[in-house]
Design a protein around this ligand. Structure first.
Ligand SMILES: Cc1cc2nc3c(=O)[nH]c(=O)nc-3n(C[C@H](O)[C@H](O)[C@H](O)COP(=O)(O)OP(=O)(O)OC[C@H]3O[C@@H](n4cnc5c(N)ncnc54)[C@H](O)[C@@H]3O)c2cc1C
Length: 497
């Protein structure tokens, strides 16, 4: 069997969805087929699980956790907390037994991808985190459009949150530039009139774009004809039926592990494929808030009575080159991420914050994914081994980032026993980058050009965090959607009138 489409998008996460939305906006009537190897776990397709009724969330998470029996991240992690810092809910280990360099590397496989489970933090990168060869004005315009697509907003504060922010600002004084001070994190979210929040997901981005969405369908191999791709061989996993989808343009937005995997399986193997793997090296801590926060807030209502959603109060301290070379995320919560003996530490009505510093990982060719020519993974695709090392260079920054967390903690409370700053296992960030990196070098050390087109191909485009070539600490999804914004006109240009 075979079907024909104008554009084939492989991967239904936030980035694949952004491509679909933008292509449809720029060329209405384009036929777009989107395939996704995982099942649909939420309704509308790609909706954030945190928008589901409580009782349905765990089932949706479980169904996103890959082939049956795939180990979840829990066992690899020191402790388990909802949020962007460390949360295995909805994820599974990327390549168990073959990821010792990055023990916590994890994926989500479902309609909407990781965007069904994510925390929705969507800050912009700063200074040398930004991609240097994209003109600044163009990149900013792409960020504007990405923020519009993702409905980015800053959530209303509660009195404890405002008190924490005020104390943090005093702590840093004038050491940070004005626009980089502690502040509410930009979030892909829609505050509702009743005080609840509708969290953003791939559905937010896709809107009512007419797309033929095929879940439980894996792309096994792209069809290559010289410098063009003509489509893909796909398989409907529940029935094992294979078919060919022919397309004028193919976009692969299948995350930083499975995008290079699919290219490799298709015989597209540029030198940089799978290399330059980076993430955010994470230092994490948990602090019990002092009564000073309660006094400042002018209330003593228990937090759980004050906010409907514990992640409604999240602050960030952005990256500033040379001055604050890490990104701090401060998440105010009623319950600590692991059991705490409250007789050992003073815990007031404002309760706890989880605080992390994301540290840069500098790109190196030897940090890489290796694809097997003989063994396969749980999906029957080339087995991935992760070769990755956190080096002295990063560890020096980790030391500085830990000291920073200690001094911030002193200003708002005290670490809970077991909550002192600790370096989390590599992969904990869930933000994997660099494996199909963008470059302006003709492909010498990159896989795609600045419009996300694979070097040497006319009509093969990639999307996702794997394109980000720089050392960054900022949550990557907004950047990846912005890169799709820049790529979409080049896709449309391939389609003709
Ligand atoms: C708990 C959690 C919290 C997070 N918090 C944040 C945050 O606050 N801010 C932030 O910026 N990021 C966050 N992230 C990361 C964020 O979710 C990802 O950056 C984002 O989802 C990437 O989008 P994507 O479309 O590139 O890839 P994905 O969302 O990973 O989607 C790719 C899809 O492609 C599918 N696929 C793979 N291979 C194939 C194939 N061969 N055929 C068909 N389909 C295939 C996969 O099944 C997957 O569904 C978080 C992630 C998690 C899990």
């Amino acid at each position: 069997m075979s079907i024909d489409t104008d554009v084939l998008i492989i991967g239904s996460g936030p980035v694949g969805s952004a491509f679909a939305r933008l292509i449809d906006q720029q060329r209405p009537g384009t036929s777009i087929t989107m395939i996704e190897l995982g099942p649909q776990v939420s309704d509308p397709p790609g909706a954030n699980v945190r928008n589901l009724p409580l009782g349905e969330r765990d089932a949706a998470r479980e169904r996103s956790q890959g082939p049956q029996g795939a180990p979840r991240g829990d066992s690899a992690r020191a402790f388990d907390v909802e949020g962007t810092i460390i949360s295995p809910g909805g994820t599974y280990l990327a390549s168990p037994g073959h990821q010792s360099g990055m023990p916590a590397a994890a994926l989500s496989s479902c309609v909407g991808g990781m965007g069904v489970h994510w925390t929705c933090a969507t800050p912009r990168p700063n200074d040398d985190e930004r991609i240097p060869f994209i003109p600044a004005g163009e990149l900013d315009a792409a960020f504007d459009e990405a923020e519009r697509l993702m409905q980015v907003t800053t959530l209303p504060e509660n009195p404890y949150g405002s008190a924490i922010k005020a104390i943090l600002r005093e702590h840093f004084g004038d050491t940070l530039p004005d626009d980089r001070r502690p502040d509410g994190l930009p979030m892909s979210a829609l505050p509702q009139p009743d005080g609840s929040i509708r969290w953003g997901g791939a559905d937010t981005i896709l809107g009512d774009t007419p797309v033929l969405l095929r879940a439980d369908t894996i792309a096994r191999r792209l069809l290559v004809d010289g410098g063009r791709v003509t489509g893909a061989v796909v398989e409907h996993l529940p029935t094992g039926e294979s078919e060919t989808i022919t397309a004028q343009v193919v976009v692969v937005a299948a995350n930083a592990f499975q995008t290079p995997q699919l290219l490799w399986a298709s015989g597209i193997r540029p030198d940089a494929l799978g290399r330059y793997l980076t993430e955010h090296v994470l230092v994490y801590s948990v602090v019990a808030l002092t009564d000073d926060v309660v006094t400042r807030a002018g209330i003593d209502t228990p937090v759980e009575e004050l906010v409907k959603d514990p992640t409604a109060s999240t602050f960030g301290i952005p990256y500033t080159a040379g001055i604050h070379p890490y990104r701090t995320q401060v998440m105010h919560m009623a319950n600590p991420p692991f059991p705490v003996d409250e007789s050992q530490v003073a815990v007031g009505a404002a309760r706890f914050v989880a605080m992390g510093n994301g540290v840069r990982k500098f790109p190196r060719a030897e940090d890489r994914l290796v694809f097997s020519g003989t063994e396969v993974d749980g999906w029957g695709m080339p087995l991935i081994s992760v070769e990755y090392e956190v080096t002295e260079r990063e560890l020096a920054e980790v030391e500085r980032a830990s000291a920073d967390l200690r001094s911030v903690a002193e200003s708002i409370g005290a670490f809970i026993p077991g909550g002192e700053p600790r370096l989390m296992p590599a992969g904990t960030s869930l933000h994997y980058k660099g494996t199909v990196r963008m470059g302006d070098d003709g492909g010498a050390a990159s896989v795609v050009d600045d419009r996300s087109r694979v070097w040497g191909f006319e009509n093969l485009f990639l999307g996702g965090n794997g394109l980000i070539p720089t050392a960054t600490v900022t949550n990557p999804t907004l950047t990846s959607v912005a890169l799709a914004v820049r790529a979409a006109p080049a896709v449309v240009a391939q389609l003709g009138d």
